[in-house]
Write a protein that binds this ligand. Structure first.
Ligand code: ADP
Ligand code: MG
Length: 358
């Protein structure tokens, strides 16, 4: 049975339709990440789950109960936000305990629950401090501990790490992952950062414009994006795209000049214009020519050397450059004339509407 279930959930703000109708089931203990660009409706969906926003139509179930019209406090959820307002004059202990005290939980139990939460997120030695005496990461841990002490059935996170610097974000990602493993609660996590989504999620729900674009494991979305949006959104550097078309029974790629592509037994349906996509790591420079491989001559316009890996931006004709992943010590430099080649089996094909052709 689904732990969280959304049935045809629609949401409008006045005349603005933000969520046109979403169906989603989340199983007990699952870590689900809503990912998508800013304004795609992720927070609205989460706030609907939390009961902070009402639905225009549709139904929300948590733990088998219809909670569509239930107050947030009746839903067994706890939410962690990007901006965590801690009480500056209260200690870490009292910040974590605040909600329990408010709900008149017995003193001994408050003590036990706060200490257990502090242990999980390694705050035990900091319980007497004030928020001003903590780092940004420690403050965010306090905010998460405030959620933990409530023993929620479902944790909701809305971009909880966006205010932290890069190193802390990575560290907190591990903490949240460990928290999930330790307490096993259902978690729904919103982020615009596809790396966070890839590293945390059991399943990713990719949003664009209020619509669910694809649901799947991180590697399913990476390897088999179901449309152009997901293909371009998941993965960095982005997938390379170039135009193609169907001609007779074959496919012609516009790669500088028109070249025939062997697309195997993929079902081209009735499409005429295509978009072809290829990941940077599926492109090679100056590989030996052979059989079915496609290639195009170009020039390295820039070379990004990241130490463990390099990315060459290869210009050809008037098209946007192709980004090619290279080994860190590949003997190439800006201005080099090169041949970029690929195995057509690595190509992603998309029809006129952007849907993947498989
Ligand atoms: N209270 C509101 N009133 C009017 N429009 C809103 C309100 N909240 C969100 N929106 C609009 O709904 C859309 C989705 O917003 P949101 O769910 O916050 O997106 P995300 O979290 O993906 O960035 C945006 O166009 C936003 O401007
Ligand atoms: Mg948001």
């Amino acid at each position: 049975m689904a732990h969280v279930k959304l049935t045809d959930v629609c949401k409008s703000f006045g005349a603005l339709e933000v969520i046109p109708g979403v169906d989603l089931e989340i199983t007990q203990g699952e870590f689900v990440v809503f990912v998508g660009p800013s304004g795609s409706g992720k927070s609205t969906m989460l706030r609907i789950l939390a009961g902070l926003e009402d639905v225009t139509s549709g139904a929300v179930e948590i733990g088998g109960q219809d909670v569509t019209y239930a107050a947030p406090s009746e839903r067994g959820i706890a939410m962690v936000f990007q901006s965590y307002a801690l009480y500056p004059h209260k200690s870490v202990f009292e910040n974590i305990a605040f909600n329990l005290r408010f709900n008149k939980v017995a003193k001994v139990e408050v003590e036990t629950r706060v200490r257990e939460a502090a242990r999980i997120l390694k705050l035990t030695d900091l319980l007497d401090r004030k928020p001003s005496q903590l780092s940004g990461g420690q403050r965010q841990r306090v905010a998460i501990d405030r959620a933990i002490v409530r023993n929620p059935d479902v944790f909701l996170f809305d971009e909880p790490l966006s205010n932290l610097d890069a190193a802390l974000r990575v560290e907190m990602r591990f903490e949240i992952e460990r928290l999930h493993r330790e307490i096993g609660a259902t978690m729904v996590y919103v982020t615009h950062d596809q790396v966070e989504a890839m590293t945390l999620a059991d399943r990713i729900v990719a949003f664009d414009d209020g619509h669910i674009q694809q649901i799947g494991t991180p590697l399913e979305l990476y390897r088999n994006p179901s449309n152009l949006f997901v293909a371009g959104f998941i993965g960095w550097p982005q997938m390379n795209f170039f135009p193609g078309r169907v001609s007779g029974v074959g496919v012609i790629a516009e790669l500088g000049t028109p070249v025939g592509v062997n697309v195997g037994d993929r079902d081209l349906g009735g499409s005429k214009a295509l978009t072809l996509g290829i990941r940077p790591e599926a492109l090679q420079l100056n590989a030996p020519e052979s059989g079915d491989r496609l290639s195009v001559a170009g020039e390295i316009l820039s070379l990004e050397q990241l130490g463990h890996v390099s990315y060459a931006h290869v210009g050809y004709g008037d098209a946007p450059p192709l980004v090619v992943q290279l080994g860190a010590d590949a003997p190439h430099g800006r201005g080099d004339k090169v041949r970029v080649s690929l195995d057509p089996r690595d190509l992603h094909l998309f029809d006129e509407d952007g849907a993947a052709i498989r």
